[in-house]
Design a protein around this ligand. Sequence first.
Ligand SMILES: NC(=O)c1ccc[n+]([C@@H]2O[C@H](COP(=O)([O-])OP(=O)(O)OC[C@H]3O[C@@H](n4cnc5c(N)ncnc54)[C@H](OP(=O)(O)O)[C@@H]3O)[C@@H](O)[C@H]2O)c1
Length: 274
Amino acid sequence: MTDEAKTWFITGATSGIGRELTTAALRRGDNVAALARKADGLDDLARRFGTTLLTVPADVRDEAAVQTAVQRTVETFGRIDVVANNAGYGLFGAVEEAGDAQARAVFDTNVFGVLNVLRATLPVLRAQRSGHILQGSSVYGQSAHPGVGLLSATKYAVEGLSDALAAEVAPLGIRVTIVQPRFTATGFLSNLDVATAKPDYDGTVRAVQQAIGELTATDFADAGDIAAALLGVVDADAAPLRLALGTASAESMRTALQARLRDLDETAAVTAAV
Ligand SMILES: NC(=O)c1ccc[n+]([C@@H]2O[C@H](COP(=O)([O-])OP(=O)(O)OC[C@H]3O[C@@H](n4cnc5c(N)ncnc54)[C@H](OP(=O)(O)O)[C@@H]3O)[C@@H](O)[C@H]2O)c1
């Protein structure tokens, strides 16, 4: 890869992983178009890094705002090298507990927001015949347990569309990496939407909720370490399609994948009879 400064397009840039990624990219001299619902949350970075940071107010659910953000990025920096589809939030509760509005809302941001960003940025990447898309997934992109059904559903959706996307855009010189961090110390847990509890789920969903509440600092990755890993991935010659960040994430997904393979093996006779 070239040593030239890259131009990043990062959603959810005001906090957590997005903010660390924005800061790390700027610190090494890259350009960043940082999308944020409250753009003044990046004022300190604007003062520190000047014209290499373009702050754009945008809610990822607003397709027109995302398209305007892309236009401004290209007007300012001339290109986009890395798209980080990072904005997202979680919904906690049993599948049955999550109301229709809550379920649709989390898909609106975590899935339809991602699609808005893809539709807006891909014409630029296709014209360049280059670019790297980082798709924000999670340990919950391949595994799930009680309480995270709707969150997992959004991340599984992102992973499914990304598998197809990667094959569609590879011949056009564009790379896709699905990013699967473990629990990370950000505002994610305090920003969770929580469904109204039904007592029948006390032994499953509420037990998990309690266990999550009892996690200690060592159970969480540092968002700066996630950002550093992502910088390494976009600089490498070969891009992985999937990137587990944290052994806990890798092990949860390994267990889930092995269970799926076991199901395939154990039902092979039924499968073959059809
Ligand atoms: N933290 C973890 O344990 C963990 C683990 C695996 C994966 N992830 C994923 O990492 C990504 C970043 O999360 P985080 O941990 O950094 O949490 P965070 O600190 O809560 O950051 C989430 C960011 O997304 C933005 N956002 C949410 N909805 C948005 C919308 N509709 N339009 C634009 N921006 C929106 C938030 O903006 P506002 O400030 O305006 O709300 C915020 O900047 C998420 O996709 C999450 O699923 C997190």
